[in-house]
Design a protein around this ligand. Structure first.
Ligand code: PGA
Length: 258
């Protein structure tokens, strides 16, 4: 399985000029990678200036992704963006259920579920974000994670599971630097746990091919250990993806892993 490295630019950078520069710098490296799929998820407003489409089809390395999508396909929903609008620009991936949206915009598991279904129905690949806000001694966070996966994927037809990616992003590890980041052994335990949950939902054949990503303070300094010892198939990268030099280093590390 190729490694998947996803850049989540969040609400940055502030100018189109910077966005283009960032994108082009990453593209130069990403386009040479044979073992890594790179996905860049900029804010919506920049998408049309960074199109990735040839002959009506999305183009990869880097692929384009969005950080959110609305659950209806069209209609009177002021301020929202539909799947077909972004698909026409060559967007192939959608991050859905990021913890910052769940927290600041009160996005619920039910909304996440509807968004996942509309994206899948339109042939997009979905990156479902899950993650606990803290760990407790009674392991309630494990039930919480199970719930987020089960509710997010509730009613999703089996045929769509080939387009599902799970991103495990413990909220307590997001946006930090260096020593406060997650440890590979922690990530390994949770990736096994997630795989077991997926096994319970769709069985062995489908669940074994679902990529599990880790997100939360991924940087060039910890990328190699997390990839080799964390049991994950890639990353969702926040702050380090806004520094093209750092992001390119992470791509290179993923490419060099045996
Ligand atoms: P971070 O963000 O890499 O800055 O921790 C990850 C994310 O929120 O997707």
């Amino acid at each position: 399985m190729k490694k998947l490295i996803v850049a989540n630019w969040k609400m940055k950078p502030n100018s189109l000029k910077e966005a283009k520069k960032n994108f082009d710098t990453v593209k130069k490296v990403a386009s040479r990678m044979s073992k890594v799929e790179t996905i860049i998820c900029p804010p919506f407003v920049y998408l049309s200036s960074l199109p990735r489409v040839t002959l009506g089809k999305p183009k990869g390395n880097p692929w384009l992704g969005v950080q959110n999508i609305f659950w209806e396909e069209t209609g009177s929903y002021t301020g929202e963006i539909s799947v077909s609008m972004v698909k026409n620009l060559g967007v192939k991936y959608a991050i859905i259920g990021h913890s910052e949206r769940r927290k600041h915009l009160q996005e619920t598991d039910e909304m996440v579920n509807k968004k996942i279904k509309v994206a899948l129905n339109n042939d997009m690949k979905v990156i479902l974000c899950i993650g606990e806000s803290e760990r407790d001694i009674n392991s309630n966070y494990l039930y919480f994670l199970k719930d987020e996966i089960a509710k997010g994927l509730n009613g999703v037809p089996r045929k769509f599971f080939k387009n599902i990616i799970i991103a495990y992003e413990p909220i307590w590890a997001i946006g930090k630097k260096g020593k406060d980041a997650n440890r590979p052994e922690n990530v390994m335990q949770i990736s096994i746990y997630i795989r077991r949950i997926l096994f319970g939902i769709v069985g062995k054949e489908l669940s074994k091919n679902i990529p599990i990503l880790y997100g939360g303070s991924v940087e060039p300094e910890n990328a190699k250990n997390l990839l080799t010892e964390g049991g994950v198939q890639g990353f969702l990268v926040g702050h380090a993806s806004l520094v093209p030099k750092s992001f390119n280093k992470i791509l290179q590390i993923a490419q060099n892993i045996k």
